[in-house]
Design a protein around this ligand. Structure first.
Ligand SMILES: Nc1ncnc2c1ncn2[C@@H]1O[C@H](COP(=O)(O)OP(=O)(O)O)[C@@H](O)[C@H]1O
Ligand SMILES: [Mg+2]
Length: 243
């Protein structure tokens, strides 16, 4: 099925530190799955293991039925599994449109096609009006949208978002949730790491909680955020959940 992912028993250590311990998860076509957990839980490492930036010590990752663990990031991205960065880094001197065109060029057949795809994606994320403005002028909310437009321009079927709501003000959180739900209706599956529990609960179909490299709870968002182990994990990390 398009965009489906199957992670089985994936582990990764850095020196003596077991950052991810035998994690398994599945994402169905067009599903929105959230990952929560206190700092250092292993969320970003898990993303890097899926997207190919980090190789697993053991376990397997399969995308659309094919094993991709050990593949290069670019090869995985070309297959339709794309990760956006925790801190978005658009090229400030380039316009919004040019930034998205650069991403589109990885797939489009030429400049004209890339321009068309880029305009289409700026429209999708509500930034068409900013097309010719230097991206250095973007607000935090606009930068997040630009990052999503750049990712969409590569035509992904599974999009990995690392803290998309980080630093986004309250009104922008609402419109970002709407945008991501709209992206899902186009058949793109989403895997979302998020610190803002209130926002993530409104966005996802299912939630996975991680702590010290392991999955400690999985299920419906309201179930997982109330799970005693999850609450204790956040308290132990002396940072209360935001919800
Ligand atoms: N490249 C790396 N080298 C060494 N340690 C790392 C590396 N990446 C992550 N870690 C460690 O792995 C643990 C999990 O980190 P991370 O996956 O970033 O957690 P999270 O995203 O949940 O905050 C942390 O203790 C972190 O310091
Ligand atoms: Mg992280």
């Amino acid at each position: 099925m398009a965009g489906d992912l199957s992670v089985r028993g994936v582990s990764r250590a850095f020196g003596g530190l077991q950052a991810v311990k035998s994690v398994s998860l599945d994402i169905a076509s067009g599903e929105i799955l959230g990952i929560i957990g206190p700092n250092g839980a292993g969320k970003s490492t898990l993303f890097n293991l899926i997207a190919g930036q980090v190789r697993p010590d053991s376990g397997t990752v399969a995308f659309e039925g094919q094993r991709i663990d050990g593949w290069a990031v670019e090869t995985i991205a070309r297959r339709g599994l794309v990760k956006t960065f925790q801190t978005s880094r658009p090229f400030g001197s380039m316009t919004f449109l040019e930034n998205v065109m650069v991403a589109a060029l990885s797939h489009a057949s030429g400049i004209t096609a890339a321009r068309r795809v880029a305009l289409e994606q700026l429209e999708t994320v509500g930034l068409a009006g900013r097309a010719d403005v230097p991206s250095a002028w973007a607000s935090t909310g606009q930068r997040k949208r630009l990052e999503i437009a750049r990712a969409l321009a590569t035509r992904p079927r599974l999009l990995l978002l690392d803290e998309p709501f980080g630093g986004v003000d309250l009104p922008s959180v609402d419109s970002l949730i709407q945008l991501l739900q709209q992206v899902r209706t186009t058949g793109v599956a989403l895997l979302v790491i998020e610190h803002n529990l209130e926002a993530v609960q409104r966005l996802v179909d299912r939630l996975i909680a991680m702590h010290l490299g392991e999955v400690i709870a999985t299920g419906a968002p309201e179930q997982v955020t109330r799970d005693l182990r999850v609450v204790q994990a956040y308290l132990g990390a002396s940072e209360a959940p935001h919800a």
